[in-house]
Design a protein around this ligand. Structure first.
Ligand SMILES: Cc1cc2nc3c(=O)[nH]c(=O)nc-3n(C[C@H](O)[C@H](O)[C@H](O)COP(=O)(O)OP(=O)(O)OC[C@H]3O[C@@H](n4cnc5c(N)ncnc54)[C@H](O)[C@@H]3O)c2cc1C
Length: 414
């Protein structure tokens, strides 16, 4: 047979290519497709939305009813916590709840406005995929992206499945947390390629560690959980949470610590009140006047007994009946329990962090559209320097930023 020279077929052309099929990318692709755009969604992982799958203990805390779009700084942090106001107010928790209801996914409220699926996070992944199908989205995975070029005509990508072109490009590749399920620094590299600044990323919603910092006496408390008041920061910027604390072998975890970790800065202390509901000085003074029990036993009425035992262990002044204790020893004990200042040595890092703080600098993005200074290049979800509290805030940011981006692209292309 005659061997004719072949010219390679021209690259496929899409209106938009979304890189990253996580929460933000899947949602954005589905909305954009349903608004009439020809969408390609690419992910290097075999499975989509791995973080949705493991979120909320496998049930996905998919949004939070307490989000106040007019005051986003209450629940979101970043160099400009007001950046997310526009997107959050144009696609609200109520909008996403309506979508969940249309897909007949049962859910419930657990704690402080947090909404969870009744069955499994898989319900939400199926919903996002169904929305993509409804939008006629083409999905390529696993598929790596090797290079991105920009010209007047738009974007050209070299991928494991060949070269593709599009008018718009959306980066939805998330942050650095949990690398073993596919997290990469891809988004930050693309930002840098196109001169879009990035705020130094750091692990957030992450356990804090106290290695070699006098932690040994507390390591025995590993597994103990109790409600605390936790705070960090200078007076003006102090952040406070009342949540559960969990002692671990290497330090502290639990919702209280995950929340405060997003605000904590290396080298600074955190302060804990281990009995936030008790008036410790008054309770101990009363005990001294009326009881002959050991201090540890009196304390065990105010805090868990394991904690009470550990607290008096290293101090002979406290290993005696409460009526024999000096006023000063009891006052010091009350202060140490209600104002326990400790300085973490670090965090458990990206392998345990639920999110990455920092990311693509919001000063280089439009808060209306998520488009960057680089025309036609958009960033959505966790890759952006917007970090939510624990409790469904990060998913709502993924939905709202994805929605704003999809709408803007559809308007620009119409
Ligand atoms: C254990 C855990 C539990 C959580 N629980 C909750 C919760 O209950 N509620 C809540 O609001 N938030 C929760 N979060 C946070 C939430 O999962 C994230 O904020 C959210 O998934 C961010 O969405 P995203 O689409 O921006 O990024 P991701 O969901 O991380 O998606 C990014 C996608 O990009 C892909 N990708 C990465 N690099 C590349 C590359 N180089 N090429 C191609 N594709 C790439 C990844 O494979 C992934 O599919 C949890 C996080 C963790 C780790």
């Amino acid at each position: 047979m005659l061997d004719l020279p072949t010219t390679p077929p021209p690259p496929l052309l899409f209106d938009t290519i979304v890189i990253g099929a996580g929460a933000a990318g899947l949602f954005c692709a589905g909305v954009a497709g349903q608004l009439g755009l020809k969408v390609l969604l690419i992910d290097h992982s075999e499975k989509v939305a791995e973080k949705v799958r493991i979120s909320g203990g496998g049930r996905a805390n998919f949004t939070n009813r307490d989000i106040d779009p007019s005051a986003p700084h209450k629940h979101f942090l970043g160099d400009n916590p007001h950046f997310c106001r526009s997107a959050l107010s144009r696609y609200t928790p109520q909008d996403f709840i309506a979508l969940v209801q249309r897909h007949q996914i049962p859910f419930h409220e657990k704690h402080k406005g947090q909404l969870f699926g009744d069955r499994s996070a898989e319900d939400f992944i199926n919903m996002l995929l169904a929305e993509c199908v409804a939008g006629g989205v083409t999905r390529w995975q696993p598929c790596g992206v090797k290079a991105i070029r920009h010209s007047e005509a738009g974007y050209e990508l070299d991928t494991d499945r060949g070269t593709v072109r599009s008018r718009k490009l959306v980066i939805a590749t998330g942050g650095l947390s949990i690398p073993k399920i596919g997290a990469t620094d891809f988004g930050y590299r693309v930002a840098k390629q196109f001169g879009v600044p990035v705020v130094e990323p750091r692990p957030a919603l992450v356990p804090l560690t106290f290695d070699g910092n006098g932690w040994a006496p507390y390591a025995q408390l590993s597994g103990l959980a109790l409600p605390v008041l936790i705070e960090t920061g200078e007076k003006k910027s102090r952040q406070t949470f009342i949540e559960d604390l969990l002692f671990t072998h290497r330090g502290l975890s639990g919702p209280a610590v995950l929340q405060i970790s997003s605000y904590w800065r290396e080298g600074t202390p955190i302060r804990l009140n281990l009995a936030p509901e008790a008036d410790l000085p008054a309770a101990l003074t009363r005990a001294k006047a009326t009881s002959r029990k050991l201090i540890a036993n009196e304390l065990a009425m105010l805090v868990p007994s394991r904690l009470a035992d550990a607290w008096v262990q290293g101090d002979t002044q406290l290993q005696r009946p409460v009526n024999e204790a000096t006023d000063r020893a009891l006052a010091t004990l009350a202060t140490r329990l209600s104002q326990w200042d400790i300085t973490p040595t670090g965090t458990e890092g990206y392998k345990k962090a639920e999110v990455t703080a920092g990311g693509v600098d919001t000063r280089a993005l439009s808060s209306q559209t998520m488009e960057s200074r680089q025309p036609g290049l958009y960033f959505i979800g966790e890759v952006v320097d917007v970090t939510g509290w624990l409790g469904g805030y990060n998913f709502q940011w993924a939905w709202s930023s994805g929605h704003a981006c999809a709408q803007a692209m559809a308007q620009a292309i119409a």
